[in-house]
Write a protein that binds this ligand. Structure first.
Ligand SMILES: C[S@@+](CC[C@H](N)C(=O)[O-])C[C@H]1O[C@@H](n2cnc3c(N)ncnc32)[C@H](O)[C@@H]1O
Length: 229
C-alpha cells in the first residue's frame, strides 16, 4: 500500500463537500436496486453486510426489504450522512471500521451474504487477500458475495479526476478476471458468476466493471478434505 494513496483516499471520503456531492450524485440507480433485490431473494431476517457502504443507499434498501443490514465503512463522514438518511422504518446498523480488519470486527459465520459496490476498488492488491479472508471467516459456508471491481491491467495506482465539483485523488486497484479469481480462490471462495458492465467514467474513459458473485466454500472444502482422510 502506498501511504500517500491510502491517506489521499481516506481524506477524500472524509471531505464534507465530497461526501455531500457523492451522496447526491449516487442516490438513484434503478438497475442496481433491482439487482440488489434479486440478490437478496430469501434473505429476509438474515444478516447481510454492505461492505464499504458509503452513504448507505443500498444498506437502507436491505433494511427496507427486511434484512438485518449492517453497513461498514471507514469514513465516519460517509456514515454520518448515512445515519442522517435513516427513517423510522429503515434503520440499518452502521459500523466504522477498515475492511482490512473484517476478521476481527465480526464473529465468524455471521453473514448470510454481502454486497460491495465500488469499495474493494480502493484496497491495494496486496491487501485484497486479507479483506477476502476476513469476509470468508465472517460469513457462512455457502453464502454469496457480490463485489463490483474495475477492470484493467492488474495494478494499484492513484487516480486523479475532476469529479463532484472538485479535483479528486483516490487510490484504486484494477483487476484482470484471472488475477482476481485467483485471490478469491486463495481466500476460500469460488466464482459463482461474473457479469461485465460498462457504466460511468474513470479518468475520462468509460469504466468497465467486473461484477463478481463469490460463494464461500469454506465448510464444503473442509468436508471434502475430511472425507478424504
Ligand atoms: C465509491 S464509494 C462506494 C460507496 C457505496 N458502496 C456506493 O455504491 O455508493 C467507496 C466507499 O468505500 C469506502 N472505503 C474505501 N476504503 C475502505 C476501507 N479500507 N475500509 C472501509 N471502507 C472503505 C469509502 O469510505 C467509500 O464510502
Amino acid at each position: 500500500m502506498s501511504r500517500h494513496g491510502h491517506e489521499a483516499t481516506l481524506s477524500m471520503y472524509r471531505n464534507a463537500q465530497f461526501v455531500e456531492a457523492y451522496s447526491q450524485a449516487n442516490e438513484n440507480y434503478p438497475h442496481l436496486e433491482s439487482r440488489l433485490r434479486t440478490f437478496l431473494h430469501n434473505l429476509q431476517g438474515k444478516f447481510v453486510l454492505d461492505l464499504g457502504c458509503g452513504h448507505g443507499r443500498d444498506t437502507r434498501q436491505m433494511s427496507f426489504w427486511g434484512c438485518k443490514a449492517i453497513g461498514l465503512d471507514y469514513s465516519e463522514a460517509m456514515l454520518s450522512k448515512a445515519q442522517s438518511l435513516n427513517t423510522p422504518t429503515v434503520h440499518p446498523i452502521y459500523i466504522a471500521a477498515d475492511m482490512r480488519n473484517l476478521g476481527e470486527v465480526f464473529v465468524p459465520d455471521l453473514f448470510q451474504a454481502s454486497w460491495c459496490i465500488a469499495a474493494l476498488i480502493h484496497i491495494p492488491m496486496e491487501d485484497t487477500l486479507t479483506v477476502l479472508r476476513g469476509l470468508n471467516r465472517a460469513s457462512l459456508p455457502g453464502s454469496l458475495h457480490y463485489l463490483s471491481l474495475k477492470e484493467g491491467r492488474t495494478e494499484t495506482k492513484v487516480v486523479t479526476e475532476n469529479k463532484y465539483g472538485m479535483t479528486t485523488e483516490r487510490e484504486m486497484t484494477f483487476w484482470r478476471v484471472a488475477d482476481f479469481s485467483e485471490v478469491a480462490q486463495q481466500a476460500g471462495f469460488s466464482v459463482a458468476s461474473l457479469e461485465q458492465e460498462v457504466s460511468g467514467i474513470t479518468q475520462g474513459a468509460p469504466t468497465s466493471w467486473l461484477n463478481f458473485t463469490l460463494r464461500n466454500e469454506r465448510q464444503f472444502r473442509q468436508l471434502y478434505q475430511s472425507s478424504k482422510n
